[in-house]
Design a binder for this molecule. Sequence first.
Ligand SMILES: C[S@@+](CC[C@H](N)C(=O)[O-])C[C@H]1O[C@@H](n2cnc3c(N)ncnc32)[C@H](O)[C@@H]1O
Length: 215
Amino acid sequence: MRMRRKKHGSERIAACASLLIPLPESILENPGAYFPVERPLHLEIGCGKGAFACGMAAQNPDVNFIAMERVSDVACLALEKAKSREDERPDNLRFLIGDARGLTEMFPPKTFECIYLNFSDPWPKSGYHKRRLTYRAFLEQYRLLLKDGGILRFKTDNADLFAFSLEEFAAANLTVEWQTDDLHNSPYAQGNVMTEYESNFTAKGMPIHAALVRF
Ligand SMILES: C[S@@+](CC[C@H](N)C(=O)[O-])C[C@H]1O[C@@H](n2cnc3c(N)ncnc32)[C@H](O)[C@@H]1O
């Protein structure tokens, strides 16, 4: 996602500080402490402008969500979106501006019940596959961070990334509980919260691939 630099970006992010988990210098001992009430923790990696995180937090008040985004100008828009909804659901969504490559240096083992990857960058150029968020080295990080029996939920428009990801899940001995090449016309559509990319692709008539993977 390319973005022009946001004017006054750091001031705008600072104005949303109550929703932000500062990038930790060492492992966070208790990530749940960033929420007023401790609840099961879910993590979205690459949250973009935050539509999914805001929608999920509103739909699931019994879960605490951390939405992570590495591009601060994009995270700024997500933070502002969440802040503008604060009256609706103020307390179960926090953001972290950081790169998922360092996840296991930020969070302790067995922190999350669920990790979401939504429309992750496909990195189509040859030699770049190790950057895909479903590459096996990332799956090993997720294995450490998820509680026993935790799940990864994955959505993408990109058939090549989806096929690659299914191969990686198999190579990592993970169980794909379900998969579909047309999420919105499948039994798994119930409760689905759309992301910004998903809304755009859906408006163009493109089907959405999705899978639920058990660790
Ligand atoms: C294609 S966009 C999709 C955004 C959003 N999930 C959606 O579906 O509308 C992918 C997002 O993931 C972020 N991203 C990519 N790699 C990341 C990483 N290693 N750590 C954190 N965020 C990442 C990008 O900056 C970008 O905002």
